[in-house]
Write a protein that binds this ligand. Sequence first.
Ligand SMILES: [Zn+2]
Length: 287
Amino acid sequence: MQYIIMDLEWNTAFSKQYDRYINEIIEIGAVKLDENRKVVSTFSSFVRPQIEKKLRSRVKNLTNITNDDVKAGEDFLTVIGDFSEWANSDDVIFLSWGNMDIRVMVDNFKYFNGQSKIPFINYYVDLQDYSMEMLKLSKSQQLGLNNAADILNINLDYLVLHRALTDSEISAKCFEKLYQKEEFEKKIKKCDDRFYEKLFFKPYIISDINDPLVDKSVMNCKCTDCGNIAKRLDNWKFINGSFRAFFVCKNCNIKMRANIQFKKYYERVNIRKSIIKMERKPANPND
Ligand SMILES: [Zn+2]
C-alpha cells in the first residue's frame, strides 16, 4: 500500500461556454509515500490555463505563481496524464487536505473531457477531517494546514507556503505525526458512485412542511415551566429557515414560540428546535 498526498492551486476563471465560474487548475503537486509513510517520490507541474489565460491578482499574491510560469506549462489533460502515470498503481490511497481539491479536480475533468470521476483514484482519505478527529477538534471549526502544522510543531521556516508541492509536503508531515493504523483505516473511502454523490451533495433546509423528511413527532411544544404539552395557537409558518408557531400552556397561562429547522445532509436530517417563552405582561400594580 502506498499513499499519495496531493494539493492543487487554481485560478478563478469564467467559462463563457457554461456561463459560470470554474476553479481552473494551474498547478498540481504531490508526494508519494511508501507503506511506512516515507517520501519516495514527488510530483510538481504547472498547468497552462485555457479558460482564462490571465491569473487573478489574489491568486498571484497568494501563490507567487506568475502568468509566465503557467504559460510554460502543459494543458490540463497532458499534465493529468503525466500525473496518473506517476501515481501508477491500483494500490494507492489518495489524500488531500479537505475535499475541495478533489471536487476541483472532478470539475476540471468534467470541463475538459466530460468525465465526472477521477479515473485513477480508487481510495481516498480527507486528511483534514482525519487530523481534526485525531486532534479532537470540533467539526464546526475548520483546521487550516498551517494551524495544523503549528499544533504539531512542524517547522515551516524553510517552506514556501501555498504552493502545491510544499503544501502536500506539509500535509505529509502532519499525516506522519498523526498516523494510527486503526483510526486511519476507518477513514478510507472507496471512490464509487456513492462517494461522488456524497462529495457533491449540497445540504439544504427543508421549507415544505409536507416533505416526508419533516418528522411530525417533533412538531410540538412542551411548556418551558411545567413540561406539559402546550396548545398550538396558529398554523406553522416557514420563516427565516425554520417552521414557527405560537403555543400556550393552559396550566401556566404562558405563551411560547417554537422554531424548528430541518436541514438535509447526505445521510441524515438535522433538527434544530428552540422554544422561547414570550414576555408576560407586567402585573397590574393595582391588583
Ligand atoms: Zn406550563
